[in-house]
Design a protein around this ligand. Structure first.
Ligand code: SAH
Length: 469
């Protein structure tokens, strides 16, 4: 971020505008909307500008710009066609630490005028830091159509009730929940439909009838998908943006985490680099404790929470403790990696069934039954299998699978770092020894792997296959 977006309160504060033409007029119009006291200095002042200043408590000075005019100014704008003068204003302002903008000259700006969508008191400012003004205008036009004028009136309503709501509800959480129900519910709909009076009446009633008891907390077990944030569900996104607390795993990507509500407490409960992970029991307990405090807890898991995600165990604890919960499915790694690798998991000619198995055999009392994994017309997807790759390949062959059965590894599927290694049960181990693809990675075994050659469509930063059959 090159510029920090801030909103300046300029009411009754002094701003200097150097230049008296049409460009200065445009800037002056903007400044007076904030009730700033605008001083214009120029050899000539456009009559419209002079009138604007007169009507808005401003000051016109006909004459030569001089440094002392900066005294007591909160910001300064230069809008002249005299380049030397613009530069002088810039340097003078810089020396006095006064924010300065030279119109259409990003190099001579310490602040920029953003494009504005004005639904006062809601104001949206958009800037490209001077790099793509036309794109900014396009975006502004989009937002203008997206955000109806009624939002202005809705914000005014919220402002009017703010103190009463604060008085009624003891905690920030309660207030936030109440406001969310108002601003995403009937009151907002009514206001946006133009029925202002009804909206006020409804708001008064809702406030009067509102339950001030501490709200019951709730847990949302949410699948975050394989990494690409565009693969989140709408529901996941909505709950992530309402969360008070988010407990998340290592598999949840940074990009996805950035979509959580900014003020939520983000708690990492995955495996740390030193391999120390928070025990499952403690995670279960944390979910219960936060929910009992009346919080909305999002338990965010990579992929789908019910596929090798221990989601079921967490819910059992919640159920025992009487905590309400919801589960949001996510796109599981097998589905995401296979599609992004161009390997359909089933295909009329090659596979009529697909099996998801865990390749993580540590701590497991039952051993995988490989004889079940070699049936014809079957695709087998191994989660958590990278460390046991050699074992998996050997055991499949020992169980009777042909060592020419195609097999692939998909590493960091759907991300810009996705890599795919294609071989067969006799070559994959060697190929991986050379390529050293990183976790998380999925192993896909079956004839469908051959289809990648034809169907590969996603190109990550890497040049597609590391190796081919
Ligand atoms: N609940 C998750 C799976 C958790 S088990 C899901 O539904 O996807 C963790 C395993 O998932 C990893 O060892 C790896 O095999 C697989 N995995 C998860 N994300 C992946 C990704 N982006 N690329 C490749 N494999 C992934």
């Amino acid at each position: 971020m090159d510029y920090l977006p801030l909103f300046f309160k300029l009411e009754n504060r002094n701003a200097l505008l150097v230049g008296g033409g049409q460009v200065a007029l445009r800037k002056a119009r903007l400044l007076v909307r904030t009730k700033a006291i605008v001083t214009v200095i120029s050899h000539e002042i456009d009559p419209q500008l002079a009138q604007l200043l007169k009507d808005n408590n401003g000051i016109s000075i006909i004459g030569e710009y001089r440094d002392e005019l900066l005294e007591g100014k909160l910001l300064v704008t230069a809008a002249t066609d005299d380049q030397a003068l613009n530069e002088q204003v810039y340097h003078d302002a810089l020396a006095r630490n006064i924010p300065v903008n030279v119109v259409d000259n990003p190099k001579l700006c310490t602040f920029v005028f953003p494009a504005i969508v004005d639904r006062s008191p809601i104001v949206i400012a958009i800037s490209s830091g001077g790099q793509a003004p036309v794109l900014v205008r396009v975006l502004r036009a989009k937002l203008e159509t997206l955000i109806p004028n009624g939002y202005s009136k809705l914000a005014i309503l919220a402002g009017k009730f703010r103190a009463q709501v604060k008085q009624k509800f003891g905690t920030i959480n309660q207030r936030r929940h109440f406001w969310e129900s108002i601003l995403q519910g009937q009151v907002a709909e009514t206001m946006l439909a133009g029925r202002e009076k009804d909206a006020y009446l409804m708001m008064e009633k809702k406030l009067k009838d509102a339950d001030t008891a501490l709200p019951a907390g709730e847990v949302y077990l949410v699948g975050a998908g394989p990494g690409d944030p565009e693969l989140l569900t709408f529901k996941a996104l909505r709950l992530m943006q309402q969360a008070d607390v988010v407990l998340y795993d290592a598999l949840v990507s940074k990009e996805v985490m950035e979509l959580c509500r900014r003020d939520a407490d983000l708690i990492f409960v995955g495996k740390q680099r030193d391999n120390h992970s928070v025990p499952q029991q403690s995670i279960n307990q944390m979910l219960v404790d936060h929910a009992k405090k009346g919080r909305r807890v999002v338990r965010l898991k990579g992929g789908d929470p019910f596929i090798f995600g221990r989601g079921g165990e967490e819910l059992q604890t919640l159920k025992e403790q009487g905590i309400p919960f919801q589960v949001v499915p996510g796109i599981t790694a097998a589905s995401a990696c296979s599609t992004y690798a161009g390997i359909p998991l089933t295909h009329r000619d090659y596979a009529q069934s697909v099996t998801f198995v865990t390749g993580q055999l540590k701590n497991r009392s039952t051993v995988l039954d490989y004889s079940q994994l070699i049936a014809a017309g079957q695709t087998v997807v191994f989660y958590m299998g990278l460390h046991n790759l050699a074992d998996i390949c050997t055991k499949l062959v020992e169980a009777g699978q042909s060592e020419l059965t195609p097999a692939a590894i998909v590493s960091k599927g759907t991300s810009v770092d996705q890599q795919v290694l294609v071989g067969d049960l006799s070559t994959l181990v060697k190929l991986q020894e050379e390529a050293q693809l990183a976790a998380p990675a999925l192993i896909i075994v079956g004839k469908v792997v051959l289809l990648r050659e034809q169907l590969q469509w996603f190109s990550a930063n890497h040049l597609g296959d590391v190796s081919s059959l």
